[in-house]
Each structure stands twice: as structure tokens, then as C-alpha cells.
Design a binder for this molecule. Structure first.
Ligand code: GLY
Length: 336
């Protein structure tokens, strides 16, 4: 019978994983108690469904990059998810503008920012990475690029999102709500951010990440948060690990949050402690953030050990590996 070590050895020797059926793979990879790979983790409870989709690629021995792209497309397409993708709440002027980025094991990366009319920004971000010499395309240029590559241009504002926006217009008061992600399916909840950030390690031990969002509801037209910014919303270093963030993007950008988390792991911090230190930096610079701002970081190291830390309680993340496909973990937080 295969054990995990033997399995990795076989992989390294170049044996074709495609030969394994999913059920055989499940037997081949022994349950991993606290760490290991393949593994995929992602922010919030909607990460469970996204991870399961990513797992379909990972369990077949596929590439982490393909897994994270496929995974985050689930919340991007979910009409009940008002913080990511096509049903995201619009900006102050009624435009649904989407941000996303992706990064692979070679340090290649691509991003789109403030892109309208295209339902899957993560796939456009991947094309920016693979088909252009650039890292980021923004606004009309991003939409034009997507259309040129065969993406359908469509109205993204759903009737439900439009209704919530019109309700907000009655007061036009911007009031971020902590952990808005946990209120999915409650149209008209006073709205805010947010994001799915996903990190995966494939059977070869390679790391990739993806991050996608519709950003803060009712934001100023043209506002871009942390999610499409490499180093802020997402960072991967295949020698060390990966990190991603959720919450009020401005605070993450100010501290180049995900890059910071990865660099702290390089120095020997555990994933959780690296996330905690990044949260502490935000709080130190802006002590008031502990009152009403949520930021959470999620990280994984090269061994597949993971951890998270947020400013406010209520942050959760999903974990999927050979042992369990639908684990939801309560993240630790400063305000516990
Ligand atoms: N973290 C998502 C945003 O601030 O747009």
C-alpha cells in the first residue's frame, strides 16, 4: 500500500498521476494530521465550495495554478455572493467593478483591476499573466483585453444587487460592516468588502494563489482595493509559502500585507504568527482599526502548515486535503 512518502517519491520520479483514478488517489495519499499536500485553503465559509472545486484538480495530480483558478470561479459565479464576481454589489454609481489577481510557483503573476462587464476576472488575470508582458490591466483596457480573448461582455448588476444599491442610495451612508462575508444571502445588509483568497499546494509541492473580489460595496467609482495587488492581497513564493488577505483593502495595501506575511514565514514565523504580526502592524499604525475595521490574513508554508489571524472575531477559513474536504476553521483574532 502506498504511504505518503512513497507517493511523493513516485511523483518526483515522474510517474503519471493521471493514471490514478480519484478513488485510488484517495487511498494512495494518507490522511495528513496537521500539514502536507496536496492542500487548498481559502477565506470564509464560501471557501468550502471553492476548495472542493479546486480539489478536483489537485486530487488528480493537477497544477496548483489550475486548481486555484477553478476554485475561485465558484464564488465568482454564485449569484448569492455579493462580495465576489458577477453578483457583487456595485460602486456608488451603480457599476459592478471587479478586481482579481493570480500568482504561480514561478513568481509569474497577473491581475485585473476595476474591470466591468466580465464575470470571471480571475481567468482574465491569468491571461494577463500568460499572454502579455504586463502584470495588471485596469478599467476599460481590462474589459477590452477580455473581450479580445473571447470573454462575453455582459451586464453584471443583478436585480438583487440593484435593489440593494437603490436602497443604499436613500441614505448614501457608507458604513463598513465587519465580516460582511458571513451575511451572504442577506440583500440590503449594510455592505462592505469582500474577497475570496485561495492558496493551494499541489502533489509536486508547488504553490499558487488566487484572489478575487467585487471590492467594497458602494465604493467610489474607480476605487481599487488590495485584492488585485500582488504583495497586498496575495503573494506566493514557492520557496517559502503563500499568503492572502480579506477585509478593508486600504489597510492591507498600506502594509503590503501578504508580502509581509510571506517574508515573516521566511524568517521562521509559523503561518499563524506571521498573520498575527501583519495584523499587529495595522493596529499599531492605526489603533482605531480595532474598533470597526476587519482585516484577516491567511497563510500556508511550504510544508503545507497553515494559519490565519484577523483583527475582529468572526473570520473563518476553509481547508481541503485528502483527509477532509469541507473543514471550516475559526480564525484567531485580536478582538477575540
Ligand atoms: N479586500 C477587498 C477590498 O478591500 O476590496
Amino acid at each position: 500500500m502506498y504511504n505518503r512518502r512513497k507517493f511523493i517519491k513516485v511523483t518526483a520520479a515522474g510517474a503519471s498521476l493521471a493514471a490514478f483514478s480519484s478513488s485510488l488517489f484517495a487511498k494512495a495519499v494518507q490522511p495528513v494530521a496537521a500539514a502536507g499536500f496536496p492542500i487548498v485553503i481559502s477565506t470564509w465559509d464560501f471557501g468550502i465550495a471553492a476548495n472542493k472545486e479546486a480539489w478536483k484538480t489537485l486530487e488528480k495530480g493537477g497544477r496548483a495554478l489550475d486548481a486555484v483558478e477553478a476554485g475561485v470561479k465558484i464564488p465568482e459565479a454564485d449569484l448569492k455572493n455579493h462580495s465576489v464576481g458577477r453578483a457583487g454589489y456595485p460602486d456608488r454609481d451603480g457599476h459592478v467593478t471587479l478586481d482579481a489577481c493570480i500568482m504561480d510557483e514561478f513568481g509569474n503573476c497577473g491581475a485585473v483591476a476595476a474591470m466591468e462587464y466580465i464575470a470571471h476576472p480571475i481567468s482574465v488575470a491569468r491571461l494577463v499573466m500568460e499572454k502579455t508582458p504586463h502584470v495588471m490591466l485596469a478599467g476599460e483596457g481590462a474589459t477590452q483585453f477580455a473581450v479580445e480573448h473571447g470573454f462575453k461582455k455582459e451586464k453584471l448588476l443583478t436585480p438583487e444587487s440593484e435593489k440593494a444599491w437603490k436602497e443604499w442610495l436613500k441614505t448614501a451612508k457608507y458604513a463598513p460592516v465587519i465580516n460582511f462575508e458571513n451575511t451572504q444571502g442577506m440583500p440590503g445588509g449594510k455592505d462592505n468588502h469582500d474577497t475570496i483568497g485561495m492558496l493551494a499546494i499541489d502533489a509536486k509541492g508547488n504553490i499558487s494563489g488566487a484572489c478575487t473580489t467585487s471590492g467594497m460595496a458602494w465604493k467610489l467609482h474607480g476605487r481599487v482595493g488590495d485584492s488585485p495587488i500582488i504583495g497586498a492581497g496575495l503573494y506566493v513564493d514557492n520557496e517559502v509559502g503563500g499568503a492572502t488577505s480579506t477585509g478593508v483593502g486600504e489597510e492591507v495595501i498600506r502594509n503590503v500585507g501578504s508580502f509581509l506575511v510571506v517574508e515573516l514565514m521566511r524568517q521562521g514565523y509559523t503561518p499563524e504568527n506571521a498573520c498575527k504580526e501583519a495584523v499587529n502592524r495595522i493596529i499599531k499604525k492605526k489603533p482605531d482599526s480595532i474598533k470597526d475595521i476587519q482585516v484577516g490574513f491567511l497563510a500556508i508554508n511550504k510544508k503545507g502548515e497553515y494559519g490565519a489571524y484577523a483583527i475582529q472575531k468572526g473570520f473563518s477559513f476553509a481547508v481541503c486535503n485528502a483527509e477532509k474536504q469541507d473543514l471550516l476553521v475559526k480564525g484567531k483574532s485580536y478582538n477575540s
